[in-house]
Design a binder for this molecule. Structure first.
Ligand SMILES: CC(C)(COP(=O)(O)OP(=O)(O)OC[C@H]1O[C@@H](n2cnc3c(N)ncnc32)[C@H](O)[C@@H]1OP(=O)(O)O)[C@@H](O)C(=O)NCCC(=O)NCCS
Length: 214
């Protein structure tokens, strides 16, 4: 049944091996349980004294979910997808837009459970949200960032045609480290043919949420 108020819940992205559906509250307990130890959580997220660390880490997933939908506006949105391989929840892929109707630029972030890495799924799920960004939302540019030593994340971006877009210095735990920025233009995306094999279903009713005409 289609959702009467939040059309994002009927959006579906398909790739040859994966299905991406906007996260629902019912996914969160499972999502919190599969967060891999190397997933760097928002350092600004609230940590609650007295909670065991695994519970605190899981709470970040819950509060991130409520924040994403609870503060959604066409000018500032974050769309977290649950990534399924068959019936198994294996990770998340988020697409974000700040001032998107004007800037037409989207950022992304993701994780996969450890045992599903190295099989091309990271590239497939990024391709899925890039197809949404460029082909459905009309983005002009996609950006992404990763620590200089995050070989797999940088590898996904390079494989999909992103180009270097500078570096910045950020606090990483107790030290300072290099964050690498990359960008992919609309022309590069269209020329790459990487949207082939990505299916987008249920997008039209979502257009007003992104500030796009119906
Ligand atoms: C980032 C992540 C989702 C990628 O998923 P994945 O399954 O590893 O990615 P894929 O197999 O689709 O592709 C990885 C690409 O990077 C390359 N790669 C992987 N590890 C690499 C390394 N250490 N150095 C250089 N390249 C590397 C692969 O060869 C592949 O590129 P290719 O197709 O050109 O050969 C996954 O590694 C992950 O969950 N990491 C932990 C969370 C994280 O860091 N998220 C990103 C920050 S937001």
């Amino acid at each position: 049944m289609t959702h009467p108020y939040w059309p994002l819940f009927d959006l579906l992205l398909g790739t040859p091996d994966l299905t991406l559906r906007p996260l629902r509250e019912a996914d969160l307990v499972r999502l919190a349980a599969i967060q891999p130890p190397d997933l760097e959580l928002d350092p600004g997220a609230t940590r609650f004294d007295g909670m065991p660390e695994p519970v605190n880490r899981g709470l970040v997933a819950f509060q991130g979910y409520w924040k994403a939908y609870g503060t959604w506006s066409p000018a500032s949105w974050a769309l977290p997808f649950a990534v399924y391989h068959g019936d198994d929840l294996i990770g998340t892929q988020t697409l974000e837009g700040e001032d998107f109707p004007r800037l037409r630029e989207a950022d992304s972030a993701s994780f996969l459970v450890t045992e599903m890495r190295g099989r091309g799924f990271g590239k497939q799920m990024r391709r899925a949200v890039l197809a949404l960004a460029f082909d459905a939302l009309g983005a002009e540019r996609a950006i992404t960032s990763a620590w200089h030593d995050n070989g797999a994340s940088l590898g996904v971006s390079r494989a999909l045609g992103y180009a270097p877009n500078g570096e910045s210095r950020h606090a990483r735990g107790e030290r300072v480290d290099r964050m690498v920025h990359l960008a992919l233009s609309r022309d590069e995306w269209l020329a790459s043919g990487h949207s082939a094999g990505v299916e987008i279903d249920g997008f039209d009713p979502c257009r007003p949420l992104f500030g796009l005409e119906g």
